[in-house]
Design a protein around this ligand. Structure first.
Ligand code: CA
Length: 235
C-alpha cells in the first residue's frame, strides 16, 4: 500500500486513476490545481510515496510544480503525464526533476507498471518483494554494492533506493564493461527517446548516480565523462 497524490485537472481522468489505484490497495488524494499541488508538496515532503503529475494544468504548469517540490527538498518520486508526441515536454519534465513519464492516452496496465517501478524506490518491504523480485544480483562499484534485486545501492554512508530509470542507466553503463557509451544510445536504451533528442536528461541522471556512488561526486572516478562522446563506467 502506498500513498499517492494525483495532480490533474481533468476530473474524469483523475477519478479513473484514483479508482484503479485504490483497487490496487493504494490510498489516493486528488489535487486539481498546480498551485494547490505545489503548496501541498512544499508543506509536507513525506506525505506521499508517489506523485502523478499532469504537465498541462491551469494556472501553474506541472513543470513549475516539479521544480518547486524539488527546490523545497521534496524528493518524492514524480511520474509526469504528457500529451502524445510532446517529446520536448517530457524531456523538460525530466529535467525539472520528474522520475518517469507516461504519454496520454495510456493503457491502465502501463500506468500500473510505472507506478510499481517508482514505488520500488521506497524503503523495501517484504510484501512488495515477491511481486517484483529479480534474481538476486550484487555488483560492486568501488566501495558501493549495487543490489538490482532490491533497487538499492549500499554505501558506507547508508542505503539509497534507485528508481527504475536510475537502475536502467546503471545497467546500461555496466553492460558496456568499461567501454564508453554515447548519450544518444543511453537516451534510446533507457528512456525510449530518439538518440538525437536535445536534452540534459542523461547528464542529470549521471549526476544523481554519482551522488550515490562516488566518494567525491565532483571528482568522479567510477562514472567517468568521455569528452565529446558520453560516459563509461569504471568499477
Ligand atoms: Ca490537464
Amino acid at each position: 500500500m502506498a500513498r499517492i497524490l494525483i495532480i490533474e485537472d481533468e476530473e474524469h481522468l483523475a477519478r479513473g486513476l484514483q479508482f484503479n489505484l485504490e483497487a490496487e490497495g493504494h490510498e489516493v488524494d486528488i489535487e486539481e490545481s498546480g498551485r494547490g499541488g505545489a503548496e501541498r508538496l512544499e508543506r509536507d515532503a513525506r506525505a506521499w510515496d508517489l506523485v502523478i503529475l499532469d504537465l498541462m494544468l491551469p494556472g501553474m504548469s506541472g513543470f513549475e510544480v516539479a521544480r518547486r517540490a524539488r527546490a523545497a527538498g521534496n524528493l518524492t518520486p514524480i511520474l509526469i503525464l504528457t500529451a502524445m508526441d510532446a517529446t520536448r515536454d517530457l524531456v523538460r519534465g525530466l529535467e525539472e526533476g520528474a522520475d518517469d513519464y507516461l504519454t496520454k492516452p495510456f493503457e491502465l496496465d502501463e500506468l500500473l507498471a510505472r507506478v510499481r517501478g517508482l514505488l520500488r524506490r521506497r524503503r523495501w518491504d517484504g510484501a512488495d518483494a515477491a511481486a517484483d523480485a529479480e534474481p538476486r544480483s550484487e555488483i560492486r562499484i568501488g566501495d558501493a554494492t549495487v543490489r538490482f534485486d532490491r533497487f538499492e545501492i549500499e554505501t558506507q554512508a547508508g542505503t539509497v533506493s534507485l528508481t527504475t530509470r536510475e537502475a536502467g542507466l546503471l545497467r546500461a553503463l555496466l553492460a558496456r564493461d568499461g567501454d564508453a557509451v554515447t548519450r544518444g544510445e543511453l537516451l534510446e536504451e533507457v528512456w525510449g527517446l530518439r538518440p538525437d533528442t536535445r536534452t540534459r536528461v542523461v547528464d542529470n541522471f549521471v549526476v544523481r548516480l554519482r551522488r550515490y556512488l562516488e566518494p567525491n561526486p565532483s571528482r568522479p572516478k567510477h562514472i567517468v565523462s568521455v569528452r565529446g562522446h558520453g560516459y563509461r563506467l569504471v568499477r
